[in-house]
Design a binder for this molecule. Structure first.
Ligand SMILES: [Zn+2]
Length: 293
């Protein structure tokens, strides 16, 4: 099956450097869950290691999430480049190493860079951001990442994000949003727009007057702090969530919710989609070939 899909790619995709990337894209489409599980396991394995070498040199390295490692490297690099402007006695590698050590030891590296120096770009289709799809997320310069992981980055309170509108037919950017956002308020609005009302089946309380209900932590419990683990619940039903005898289920991906009362009666509901889903005839929905980005 993988061979068939690879055979359909363009010739440049079959060059050794591109092939692994395309193959991993296809594997992700076939089994995004496995990719997410593997990423969670890798995340659990983050660590710092120290290896002593010869000639009084040692190697200090850290296994970190790709976005964190990239942001840290970008900041060290930006500081080293700035220092180099007034320091020709050290090359860039040496400056980066010195800055790295200074930062870790709490010494002043002698230079300041803006927060944007540690910027990492995360590309994510809106349906993936909304947990309606599990494909298409990637980090600039790193490559595809599991959707759950991308949503975790997106909703991290330390992240700042900016929307860039892309033409869905070409995948190219057409408009750059002017504002940058902290995710908390943005994600809250996204969930409000998606769910529109309290997720308890018989409740019609508008989402904008509801509490933003978080569930599990992504890394700790295998849940997510993002849109796919969030739902509007009015204050009354938020309080009822953990009350004895009540059972609540909400699946933000399919928009289905059910509530079982202490008397054992179950009520169910299904959210209307914001837009009618595209039918397979009008798009490329039947052909899951990865977009050429
Ligand atoms: Zn309610």
């Amino acid at each position: 099956m993988l061979e068939e899909k690879l055979a359909r790619l363009s010739l440049t995709a079959l060059q050794p450097r591109n092939m692994a990337w395309h193959a991993s894209q296809i594997v992700k489409q076939v089994d995004p869950g496995a990719e997410t599980a593997a990423a969670r396991m890798a995340h659990e394995g983050r660590k710092v290691t120290l290896d002593h070498g010869v000639y009084a040199q040692s190697r200090l390295s850290a296994d970190l999430p790709s976005d964190v490692a990239s942001a840290a490297y970008a900041r060290v690099d930006a500081m080293a480049r700035k220092l180099r402007l007034g320091d020709s006695s050290r090359n860039l590698d040496q400056l980066r190493a010195d800055v790295f050590a200074d930062l870790l030891l709490g010494n002043d590296p002698g230079v300041q860079v803006p927060q944007s120096a540690a910027m990492v770009y995360l590309h994510m289709p809106i349906d993936t951001a909304l947990s309606m799809s599990e494909t298409g997320a990637s980090i600039d310069g790193i490559g595809p990442v599991p959707a759950a992981y991308a949503r975790e980055i997106m909703t991290n309170p330390k992240s700042i994000w900016r929307k860039i509108l892309c033409d869905p037919t070409t995948g190219n950017p057409v408009d750059l949003g002017r504002s940058s956002y902290r995710p908390n308020s943005t994600i809250r609005k996204v969930v409000e727009v998606r769910d529109r009302m309290c997720v308890v089946p018989w409740c019609r309380r508008p989402a904008r007057h509801c509490d933003f209900d978080h569930q599990k932590q992504w890394a700790k419990d295998g849940g997510s702090t993002s849109t796919n683990n969030a739902a509007p619940r009015c204050r009354k039903h938020h309080r009822l969530k953990n009350a004895p005898g009540w059972i609540h289920h909400y699946d933000p991906i399919h928009g289905t919710s059910s509530t079982t009362t202490p008397l054992g009666v179950t009520y169910t509901d299904k959210r209307e989609t914001v837009l009618p889903p595209r039918s397979p005839e009008t798009g490329n929905a039947t052909d899951p070939e990865p977009p050429p980005f």
